[in-house]
Design a protein around this ligand. Structure first.
Ligand SMILES: *[C@@H]1O[C@H](CO)[C@@H](O)[C@H](O)[C@H]1NC(C)=O
Length: 412
């Protein structure tokens, strides 16, 4: 793998980035054209009102407050279009990935999207939305314009958001929960499952593109961003919210995709690797909902994982670590502390440039339990949620696993 080098000193780099930003603003750039062309969907209402109710699915909005004050929205789809209200199956909690939101599980057709498929197959579906996404922008005291609103990484998503959302579902459903996560949703899940108060609410976990280690990432865009120290540049420039739908966000993409170093003609492939079965004629529709914002601190934490090959808490530097953690290095999340009794299923792909097979294998080795595995050589990172054939390729097996854990009748 290519390890990002340390070619430039910080001041040079700063100048370079600003020059690139200026150039990016002036150039007509094909890869970001779609981002400029399609505006995020306007209009009031949450995910239920915008996406699910118009298609005839029952859907209610719920709000939970985390212990650090964030107001998160959850959607509840108790049954499918033809289901019966009182006859709900086991609760399934769906946790989306980075720069995505709960919409991601419903963004293809009813026959293709996991959220709809689960509801139509008798599961009681709950949809998580982490802080900072379009559906979860509230806080008890802060606004999205405050720097402090964006002062978090996936560690906080694991420690606060997962706990708050699962506790709510656990209380309402009065049942243990089937956890389904994709990408960052699996980082959050694996970190959260090391915590007894969280894992006690889970009956099993299905992880799509599981990530705990990231040091074999091969996505060209990501490696370039790491090599350019994009995370540190953003901090220096005072950018705390990472929003690729903003003018600044588009300019950052343009500056990284300058053809000479990186050809982002296919932006999604540059970021995630190739995908076999992505419906590119649907891009404008996807862009009405995604990408969602995240925080610069979250990007920094992910880059720390790429640079150091660790699955650990946020690194504040020696002095900061000493103050926060009482030790010089950030404590690791110990995968072997996830109870052996928790059944785990993993789906991962040979083309995935983010959840690399080598890193997935390391995760599997460090777990106490032996997960059920579904490896698809021709699948990439986005295929696991958006492939037009994901139902046959992935979801049928995923539902078999979920049902086996619950002893549920197969209606499929
Ligand atoms: C791809 O998306 C287009 C536009 O939404 C849709 O008409 C078409 O049916 C989709 N193709 C597949 C194979 O699902």
């Amino acid at each position: 793998m290519v390890r990002p080098g340390k070619a430039l000193a910080a001041p040079q780099l700063l100048l370079l980035v600003f020059l690139c930003l200026l150039a990016g603003g002036a150039r007509a750039s094909p890869p970001t054209d779609a981002l400029r062309r399609v505006s995020p969907r306007a209009g009031a209402g949450g995910l239920c009102q915008q996406l699910l109710l118009p298609q005839g699915y029952p859907c209610t909005e719920h709000t939970v407050q985390t212990d650090d004050g964030f107001l998160l929205s959850l959607q509840h789809i108790p049954h499918g279009r033809n289901g019966i209200a009182d006859n709900t199956g086991p609760p399934v909690f769906l946790q989306h990935g980075l720069f995505q939101g709960g919409d991601t599980w419903f963004i293809n057709s009813n026959e293709q999207s996991l959220g709809y498929i689960l509801a139509d197959n008798g599961f009681d579906v709950w949809v998580g939305n982490v802080r900072g996404t379009r559906w979860s922008k509230g806080h008890s005291t802060l606004s999205v314009h405050d720097k402090l609103f964006w002062d978090w990484s996936w560690q906080d998503l694991a420690e606060y958001d997962v706990l708050a959302m699962l506790s709510y579902v656990y209380t309402v459903a009065q049942s243990k929960i089937l956890y389904v996560g994709h990408s960052q949703g699996t980082i959050m899940g694996l970190a959260a499952f090391t915590m007894p108060e969280t894992v006690k609410m889970i009956s099993s976990a299905a992880l799509l593109c599981p990530i705990s280690y990231l040091d074999h990432v091969s996505a060209s865009f990501v490696l370039r961003a790491v090599a350019m120290h994009l995370d540190e540049m953003l901090v220096i420039m005072g950018i705390h919210q990472l929003n690729f739908r903003s003018d600044m966000g588009v300019q950052i993409l343009d500056s990284l995709c300058d053809d000479e170093h990186l050809d982002c003609n296919d932006l999604l492939s540059s970021i995630t690797g190739q995908n076999c079965c992505f419906n590119s004629s649907r891009i404008d529709y996807y862009l009405e909902y995604e990408p969602h914002p995240s925080s610069t601190k979250n990007l920094r934490h992910l880059f720390q994982m790429i640079r150091k090959g660790s699955f650990a808490k946020y690194d504040y530097g020696w002095w900061g670590n000493l103050r926060r953690y009482g030790q010089l290095r950030p404590p690791s999340f110990d995968l072997s502390s996830i109870p052996e009794s928790l059944p785990i299923w993993m789906g991962y792909g040979g083309l995935d440039a983010l959840a690399d097979v080598t890193d997935v294998e390391r995760t599997i080795k460090e777990l106490r339990s032996t997960p059920e595995l579904l490896y698809i050589g021709g699948y990439g990172h986005i295929d696991f949620i958006m492939s037009v054939k994901a139902k046959e390729d992935v979801y049928v097996d995923l539902m078999r696993f979920l049902r086996a854990q619950q002893g549920m009748h197969s209606s499929y």
